[in-house]
Design a binder for this molecule. Structure first.
Ligand code: PLP
Ligand code: LYS
Length: 440
């Protein structure tokens, strides 16, 4: 079995992460439980930054916090020198609560509300990644009212199809995100930005999709942008001083997934930008990226207790766990695949194939369809690997299942960073039916 980061099998035959026995974690905090290998997050952040440093360019690595956001994660990102990409008032509020520097926050989203834009301006965030004409106009008004000049990037769709699942592909022309390059929308947005005294247009943003294993899509996006740079310079007097190429760097969920080392993505991007900048006789712009999954994805493992079993002879052997699509929506949403092991018998050979079912009232609530395991029963704890990105952050209360807690582990220490939701939490916002309704 492939082991990520600091994961190993200890002398009790248990899965250990960050020097902590996962069975002890399951006993202490209960299951389901998200466990994050902090050393692996640190290593990835360093690999991204090191690649930029070696290339000698100005850069920002912004953690795409949609992958997993909570106060402790934001504080860790800050400690690692990462900027933050937020996409909602909720993520921004979390960043404020975490006490991270506002000037390193980039605000994304295809439909930011006026209240969210107001909040972003009032809290003095570093940059708004403007997605559409409506937002550009509203942001200008809000900045005028507050008498501030806001740095912005314009999000463009470069017309590049990333080789990934349709639902996580965003760079193609037919996308809800950003200004379309080919039809002249970007030119118009640049003009409007330059005319607005409360807007400071720093540059261009492009994000082509997610879980990408090659560099060709990023190269094509850069080439596309540079096709237009000459025109913007001559006709509009605008040269981007920042190019943000988004995130999307893939990770290894299962055997057969072949991500590049993260530094490779960076180096390839930087090389093509340097080459194109030289050809256009322009200064190398500052390069920003926004990795989410590649910073936290394989650092996360979910521990589940196995409950009921159902064997249909010659058809399938189901094992049900105490979570499911309520803590990991990705298999149901994208047919995402995962690997797992029995955390308490991690040293035993697999002898059977099981299908891992969640506990939600949905046939589609399956976490893994065919997982080789030793003969497993309700005594066992299942560890599902690579659940660190878009697991907790897309968790939900379907069937009124409380969301699991999250612990960070490193060097033999465990720290609870999100508590388990309680039944009281679940009804906290509910109000009782009024008497008059009961009589109707
Ligand atoms: C604009 C933007 N930036 C960054 C990301 C992060 O992507 P990933 O988690 O694949 O690195 C996303 C999500 O796909 C995104 O939409
Ligand atoms: N939530 C997605 C990725 C979308 C990222 C945001 N644009 C996933 O789990 O893979």
């Amino acid at each position: 079995m492939y082991m990520h980061g600091s994961s190993l099998i200890n002398d009790k035959g248990h899965l250990e992460i960050g020097g902590v026995d996962t069975i002890e974690l399951a006993n202490k905090y209960g299951t389901p439980l998200f466990v994050y290998d902090v050393a692996l997050i640190k290593e990835r952040a360093e690999q991204f930054q090191e690649a930029f440093r070696e290339e000698g360019v100005n850069y920002q690595v912004a953690y795409a916090s949609k992958a997993f956001s909570c106060i402790a994660m934001f504080q860790l990102a800050d400690e690692l020198g990462l900027s933050l990409d937020v996409v909602s008032g909720g993520e921004l509020y979390t960043a404020i609560q975490a006490g991270v520097p506002m000037e390193r926050i980039h605000f994304h989203g295809n439909n930011k509300s006026l209240a969210e834009l107001e909040m972003a301006v009032e809290s003095g965030i570093g940059c708004v990644v403007v997605d559409n004409f409506y937002e550009l106009k509203q942001l200008g008004h809000i900045c005028a009212r507050h008498d501030v000049k806001m740095d912005i990037l314009l999000r463009i769709t470069p017309g590049v199809e990333a080789h990934t699942h349709d639902y996580i592909s965003t760079g193609q022309e037919d996308s809800k995100f950003g200004f379309d390059l080919e039809s002249g929308q970007v030119d118009q947005a640049i003009q409007l930005s330059l005319l607005d005294p409360h807007i400071n247009l720093l540059g261009i943003h492009s994000h082509i999709g997610s879980q990408i294993f090659e560099t060709s899509g990023f190269v094509m996006a850069v080439e596309k942008i540079f096709e237009f740079i000459e025109k913007w310079r001559e006709e509009l007097g605008f040269t981007p001083s920042v190019l943000n190429l988004g995130g999307g760097f893939g990770i290894r969920y299962i055997e057969g997934d072949t991500p590049l080392p993260v530094g490779e993505y960076v180096r390839k991007m930087v090389h093509v930008i340097k080459e194109k900048a030289a050809a256009h006789r322009m200064e190398i712009p500052e390069i920003w990226i926004e990795p989410g999954r590649s910073l936290v994805g394989d650092a996360g493992t979910t521990l589940y207790s196995i409950g009921s079993r159902k064997e249909i002879p010659n058809v399938r052997h189901y094992l049900s766990v105490d979570g499911g699509m309520s803590d990991n929506l990705r298999p149901a949403l994208y047919q995402a695949e995962y690997e797992g092991i029995l955390a308490n018998r991690a040293d035993e050979e697999a002898t059977e194939t099981f299908s891992i079912a969640g506990k939600c009232c949905e046939s589609g609530d399956m976490l893994i369809w065919d997982l080789p395991l030793p003969k497993a029963s309700h005594e066992d704890v299942l560890a599902v690997f690579c659940t660190g990105a878009y697991g907790y952050s897309m968790a939900n209360n379907y069937n009124r299942i409380p969301r699991p807690p999250v612990v960070f582990v490193e060097k033999g220490e465990a720290q609870l960073v999100i508590q388990r939701e309680s039944y009281e939490d679940l009804v906290r916002l509910d109000l009782p039916l009024k008497q008059v309704m009961k009589q109707m």
